[in-house]
Design a protein around this ligand. Sequence first.
Ligand code: SF4
Length: 193
Amino acid sequence: MTELESILERVRACRVCAESLPLGPRPILQLSRTATILIASQAPGSKAHASGIPFSDPSGDRLRQWMNISGEEFCDPGRIAILPIALCYPGRANAGGDAPPRPECAPLWREQLLEQLPGLRLTLLVGTYAQRHVLGEGAMTDRVYNFRSYLPDFFPLPHPSWRSRHWADRNPWFEADVLPALRAAIRGALGLR
Ligand code: SF4
């Protein structure tokens, strides 16, 4: 068994915050040592929890459209790793939407899993929680607007939930300036230019 297989086996058996997860533990991630792009997201949604496949929902459709890649490319762990800040679906928040990622998860698993990604060229920081975890406190919109200051290692993005449609309407520079640069960065990190 490789080190990565051993870590994944332990991750899949994890029940550390089981009592706080309304649907129980089901870590959802995609990882291979040859991946060059990491999608650092916040936590799986209920549809991904049901299917066991990361971003198998309308948010995933929107993210793939932003990245301009096919479903097949997106699901290829040899090229794209998907590692949320917390690995299991956290349930719904009282105010609507999903609850925040469980805080127990990243300190337990994140560094071990990142060590299994030696060839990373680009990390997409998808949503406020992922950006806060990696970059510290800051405003998501400002970070996305100033995406060039985080390259070549990081590319901050909004979370691609249905709310991002309204956010994109209010911030037309996202489609005009950010998405073309994102697509170029993706192609570069995949070795396609
Ligand atoms: S969210 Fe993370 S810490 Fe909690 S049960 Fe799932 S894998 Fe374990």
